[in-house]
Design a protein around this ligand. Structure first.
Ligand SMILES: [Zn+2]
Length: 292
């Protein structure tokens, strides 16, 4: 089920599906409004996968307003991508395999292009989600890892989860020298489990003895909740100092719930009101500019 629509695959702005948006945005015009007998029928495009959806429940009570994937190409909507449609339309809870890839297609190239063009927003959303400051150097390395792994072709990738997917495909990284500013549980865990760790202005800093704190992401899951809500999560794992020559022990883990609306609203900010981070955009251009 979809909860947000766009008017066309190449549109940016998305709307929550309800009677008001259907009437106001889609109007009574082809290809969106297609009455069948006495029944008013609306079609639009899914905001996560760009494929055509039919809107349900906007006039009849009983079911919350939602969209269902049409499942095949539909005249009037020039874009249809089988792989992205089928993944998005799949309505059971799924633990995905990181190695599952789609063929390169217009959809994969679009995810890749968006990641680079919107990279400052990607990093901002991710930094807020984790409560960890992401420097330009770290951001560049994460983007490089994601591109090298073909993260934009991963089966679970769609237009709305780009920030978290870039984290998901990046290698284990150090937290040393990073400011942890909005994640009390993480700070507590590091303080409790790594007695040599020192926080200076919320930043992991050099202390009297050597220590190491690193982080990585695993376990992307999609859960379908009532009323057409979808919850996507990954797990952040934190590792402490290993014994000499040994594996670093895991000291903490935390579920990270994707906040797609935050990313969408940043992308939909009007040009006049948008504040862009030129430094971060330059990083993206350097790492992935050839894909734009
Ligand atoms: Zn979809």
């Amino acid at each position: 089920m979809a909860r947000y629509f766009k008017t066309m695959h190449d549109a940016r702005q998305e709307y929550e599906i309800n009677k008001d948006t259907a009437e106001r945005i889609l109007g009574r015009n082809y290809p969106w409004y297609r009455p069948q007998g006495s029944e008013p029928v609306y079609y639009a495009v899914c905001a996560r996968c760009d494929n055509p959806i039919r809107l349900y429940g906007i006039y009849t009570g009983g079911v919350p307003p939602h969209g269902r994937h049409h499942g095949v190409a539909l005249t009037g909507f020039p874009f249809f991508d089988r792989a992205s449609n089928d993944f998005c339309a799949y309505e059971r809870n799924a633990a995905l395999n990181k190695a599952d890839r789609r063929e390169i297609s217009e959809f994969g190239r679009k995810i890749r292009r968006l990641a680079i063009e919107e990279f400052d927003r990607v990093v901002l959303v991710l930094s807020h989600a984790l409560g960890i400051n992401i420097s330009e150097t770290l951001a560049g390395e994460m983007l490089r890892d994601w591109l090298a792994a073909g993260g934009y072709l991963y089966k679970g990738a769609h237009l709305k989860n780009i920030p978290w997917m870039i984290a998901y495909f990046s290698r284990r990284q150090s937290l040393f020298g990073r400011r942890i500013w909005k994640n009390g549980d993480l700070i507590d865990a590091i303080t409790a489990r790594e007695p040599n760790a020192v926080f200076n202005n919320q930043t992991l800093s050099k202390g009297d003895a050597y220590y190491s704190v690193t982080f990585e992401f695993i376990d992307h899951r999609v859960r379908h909740l009532p009323a057409g809500q979808i919850e996507e999560t990954i797990v952040m794992r934190i590792f402490g100092t290993g014994r000499r020559g040994g594996e670093a022990p895991q000291i903490f883990e935390q579920s990270v719930v994707f906040d797609e609306s935050r990313f969408a609203s940043l992308m939909n900010t009007s040009l006049e009101r948008a504040r862009r981070d030129d430094g971060m955009l330059a990083v993206a251009a350097r790492v992935g500019g050839q894909f734009v």
